[in-house]
Design a binder for this molecule. Structure first.
Ligand SMILES: NC(=O)c1ccc[n+]([C@@H]2O[C@H](COP(=O)([O-])OP(=O)(O)OC[C@H]3O[C@@H](n4cnc5c(N)ncnc54)[C@H](O)[C@@H]3O)[C@@H](O)[C@H]2O)c1
Length: 304
C-alpha cells in the first residue's frame, strides 16, 4: 500500500544499479540527472536525434552520435563539442547489421558499457495513400523495401546490439523512436513507413518483456509532426505545414526541443525506473482524435 512502509524510498538510488530506485533526494536535478550516462543515439545528426543527443550531452552525458550522413554528423558533433559537451561521432548505416554490431561494440568497449541507447534513425520514402501513386496497388516496392530496411530492420539491429551490452550489465535504457503512424492511420505516409512504425511499436513491447528479467528497460516515443529534415524540402511548404497542423488538436507542428523532457525522463537512471514497454505519444494530442476544428458541423451536438 502506498506510503505504508517506504523501504525503497530510503535507498540511495545509485545511478544505473540493478533495481535502482529514485532515492531520497527529491530535487528534479537529482531525479533527472544524466551526468556521466553513457549514451548512443542513431540518426543523431539531425532533427529529433540531434535534440536527443543535445539534451543528454548538455546535461553531462557522454554521447556517441551515430549517423549515415557524414557532413551533417560533423556539424552536429562540432556544435555540441563547442559547448563543452563530451561527444563523439561515428558514421553508421543502421540498415547494415554487421556495422551496427561493430560500432556499438566499439563504443561499449571504449566507454566500459552503455547506459542508454536511442534507436531513432529513420527515413520517409514512398508516396502516401492521399495521392494515386501511393495507393496500395501502385505503391513503389523499392521505396517500401528501403524504408523497412532502415525504420524496422535498422531498429531491430540497434536494439539487439544494445541488448548484447546491457543484459550482462543488468541495467540499461533502450528508447525507440516510433511514430503516431505506427499506432493509427496516416494518409500522408507510404506503406513502408506505416508497416515499419507499426512493427517497432510491438518490437518495443516484446523486447521490454524479454529484457525485463535483466533490468533493462525498453520504451518508445511516438512523435506527431515535428519540424525536421525528414519531409525533405516539402517539409517547409506552407501547405504541408498547414495539413499537419490541421491533424493536431494543439493545432501546430512541434519543434524538436519539445521532445527533450521525455528524453531525460526515459534516460535518467533515477527517473522512470518502473516504466518499461511503454509508448509515449509526443503528438500534440493527435492520438486522442482530430481537432474540433476538423468537424464540419461543430454546432451539431445532441444536446441543444
Ligand atoms: N519529424 C517528424 O515529424 C517525425 C514524426 C514521427 C516520427 N519521426 C521519426 O523520428 C526519427 C527521426 O527523424 P527526424 O524527423 O528527426 O528526421 P531527420 O531527417 O531530420 O533526421 C533523421 C536522421 O537519421 C539519419 N539517417 C537516415 N538514415 C539512416 C541510416 N540508415 N543510418 C543512420 N542514420 C540514418 C539522417 O542522416 C538524419 O540525420 C525517425 O525515426 C522518424 O521516423 C519523425
Amino acid at each position: 500500500m502506498a506510503g505504508s512502509t517506504g523501504t525503497a524510498e530510503g535507498t540511495s538510488g545509485t545511478a544505473g544499479a540493478e533495481g535502482s530506485v529514485p532515492g531520497s533526494d527529491k530535487r528534479a536535478t537529482a531525479i533527472f540527472d544524466v551526468e556521466g550516462v553513457r549514451a548512443a543515439v542513431t540518426g543523431a545528426a539531425s532533427g529529433l536525434g540531434f535534440a536527443m543527443a543535445e539534451v543528454l550531452a548538455l546535461n553531462g552525458a557522454r554521447v556517441s552520435l551515430l549517423d549515415a550522413n557524414a557532413e551533417l554528423l560533423d556539424v552536429a558533433v562540432k556544435e555540441l563539442a563547442g559547448q563543452g559537451a563530451t561527444v563523439t561521432g561515428e558514421l553508421l548505416d543502421v540498415a547494415d547489421p554487421e556495422a551496427v554490431d561493430r560500432v556499438m561494440g566499439r563504443i561499449a568497449e571504449r566507454e566500459g558499457g552503455l547506459d542508454a541507447v536511442f534507436a531513432n534513425a529513420g527515413i520517409s520514402r514512398g508516396a502516401g495513400i492521399i495521392v494515386e501513386e501511393g495507393q496500395l496497388e501502385n505503391s513503389d516496392r523499392a521505396a517500401y523495401r528501403q524504408v523497412i530496411d532502415v525504420n524496422l530492420n535498422g531498429v531491430v539491429w540497434t536494439v539487439q546490439a544494445a541488448a548484447r551490452v546491457m543484459r550482462p550489465q543488468r541495467h540499461g535504457r533502450i528508447v525507440v523512436t516510433a511514430s503516431t503512424a505506427g499506432i493509427t492511420t496516416e494518409a500522408f505516409c507510404g506503406y513502408g513507413y506505416i508497416a515499419a512504425k507499426g512493427g517497432v511499436v510491438n518490437l518495443v513491447r516484446q523486447a521490454a518483456l524479454d529484457l525485463a528479467r535483466d533490468n533493462v528497460l525498453v520504451n518508445g516515443i511516438a512523435p506527431g509532426p515535428f519540424f525536421t529534415r525528414i519531409g525533405g524540402p516539402s517539409g517547409a511548404d506552407p501547405e504541408v505545414v498547414a495539413y499537419w497542423a490541421s491533424t493536431v488538436p494543439l493545432g501546430r507542428m512541434a519543434d524538436p526541443s519539445e521532445l527533450q523532457g521525455v528524453v531525460l525522463l526515459l534516460a535518467a537512471p533515477r527517473a522512470s525506473t518502473f516504466v518499461t514497454g511503454a509508448m509515449i505519444p509526443v503528438d500534440g494530442g493527435t492520438l486522442i482524435g482530430p481537432p474540433i476544428s476538423a468537424y464540419s458541423r461543430p454546432d451539431a451536438g445532441f444536446v441543444r
